[in-house]
Design a protein around this ligand. Structure first.
Ligand code: ADP
Length: 442
């Protein structure tokens, strides 16, 4: 049998699985976004670096040309020779990398300008070789090499500036992606983790309850076997003694044992009846067959019967109920017997036991009061629970299965009534039950 929490184990784990799945999907999606954002950041960094490289190559070629023209030393020439190819390659690379159409246009302009600038650098070099330092210097000063260089540098700076803007934007996107990845996965992850923890907690509670239930069951079987064994052992002894007495012709003595055997048989039957009723309640098969009967008469009968079992108690009836009651006579008898035998059992010093019957508005209320051991307040509600016995070591010495009050309260509830108790430790107890009269009206 599953407890209330136990019913939630499946939904909890299902929810945990869904959350885990959502965490994986979200993490995957966000990781993809993050990867895209990161790679576009890296791309922008590469483009800036390559643009700066073109800038350096161009400046370097220009200084090399100046060095050659002034000194005539050919050691200056290699950077100029390599510059065109290196710049063209880098422009191609940047063109392949960039996602911005504006930068692609800039690259076209840049290609033309750098080409023209390198043409002019080469022309200056060849003039120095063929016509000497003065003509070459004149060519540099008069030509528009400086203008071309400035234009190319301006385009290069423009590309760097645009890529820097893109880099900033992409860095922001990348940071936001980090945040989304972290927050969404940690949120769903936390939920699934909490669900898993909750699920395990419920399972552990369920297992603990089951173990407790199993233990209670074992204890009950132990107790029931013991309770059944006691009257059976007495029966065996009494019949042996009675048989001896009969052999000896001591008929009066033998008769006393018949009464004892009768009492033990009664105990045995009522124990077995309790066990059967308990199982009927468990399986929903406890039948209530209502009929109209005189509750007064039934109470008188029960008082007489229970008075016959004790010499140290005086059972007194108070009150009257004029109306007939519509209920299951046998089951109500069972409740009355249970209350009266408990009153006797739990007042071992003897004394007065009062059974009162009265009409309270539309109910008939019956109470059984004793001056016995009483019940501590904290146990008051529990005594109606199945298999509950107050676990005071003193109470332990009283025989019983702890099912009588439970069965009685179920019977009363099935009649639409209520059962309750008032008690004070060492002062005695009063057990009440009510039955509705209106619906019972004939
Ligand atoms: P049982 O008497 O077989 O143990 P019950 O269900 O009849 O089982 O009673 C449950 C518990 O309630 C008892 O074990 C006892 O501790 C307490 N109890 C019942 N009736 C009385 C009473 N009249 N006075 C004191 N305690 C009582």
């Amino acid at each position: 049998m599953k407890s209330r929490l136990g019913k939630y184990i499946r939904p909890i784990f299902l929810f945990a699985v869904l959350c885990t799945f959502a965490t994986i999907v979200l993490a995957y999606k966000n990781l993809q976004l993050l990867r895209d954002a990161e790679s576009s950041v890296v791309l922008a960094q590469h483009i800036i670096a390559r643009t700066q490289y073109i800038e350096k190559t161009l400046i370097h070629a220009e200084s090399a040309q100046r060095g050659y023209i002034l000194s005539g030393d050919e050691a200056y020439l290699p950077p100029i020779k390599k510059a065109r190819k290196a710049i063209q390659e880098e422009i191609k690379n940047i063109d392949a990398m960039t996602l911005s159409p504006a930068i692609r246009n800039d690259l076209k302009v840049l290609e033309k300008l750098t080409d023209e600038r390198i043409d002019l650098l080469e022309k200056g070099i060849s003039l120095r070789g063929s016509q000497g330092l003065i003509s070459a210097q004149q060519f540099i000063e008069e030509g528009n090499g400086k203008k071309k260089m400035d234009e190319a540098l301006a385009v290069l700076e423009g590309i760097i500036a645009k890529e820097n803007i893109l880099l900033k934007e992409r860095s922001k996107i990348s940071e936001a992606s980090y945040f989304t990845l972290f927050s969404t996965t940690s949120f769903t992850g936390m939920i699934s983790l909490s669900m898993i923890i909750l699920g395990f907690y419920v399972i552990v509670r369920e297992l603990q309850k089951r173990t407790l239930l199993e233990r209670n069951k074992d204890e009950f079987i132990n107790m029931a076997s013991h309770e059944l064994k006691t009257p059976i052992t007495s029966l065996k002894i009494f019949t042996q003694v009675m048989s001896k007495k009969l052999d000896l012709g001591q008929f009066v003595e033998a008769r006393r044992y018949i009464n004892k055997i009768d009492a033990q048989t009664y105990k045995l039957v009522s124990l077995i009846t309790d066990l059967l009723d308990l199982s009927r309640i468990q399986t929903g098969k406890l039948r209530i067959e209502k009929e109209a009967f005189n509750l007064n008469a039934l109470i008188d009968e029960t008082v007489e019967e229970t008075q016959g079992t004790t010499k140290i108690h005086e059972i007194v009836k108070k009150g009257d109920i004029a109306r007939m009651v519509y209920a299951d006579r046998y089951r109500i008898y069972q409740v009355l017997i249970n209350l009266l035998t408990n009153a006797i059992k739990y007042s071992p010093e003897g004394g007065k036991i009062t059974i009162t019957v009265e009409q309270v508005r539309d109910d008939v209320v019956v109470s059984v009061e004793d001056k016995g051991i009483g019940i501590e307040e904290k146990f008051l509600e529990k005594v109606f629970e199945r298999l509950y016995q107050v676990t005071d070591p003193r109470e332990k010495t009283y025989p019983g299965l702890g099912v009588g009050l439970y069965i009685s309260s179920v019977i009363v509830r099935r009649h639409g009534g209520k059962m309750w108790v008032q008690s004070k430790k060492d002062r005695g107890s009063t057990f009440y039950f009510s039955l509705p009269l209106r619906e019972n009206e004939l």
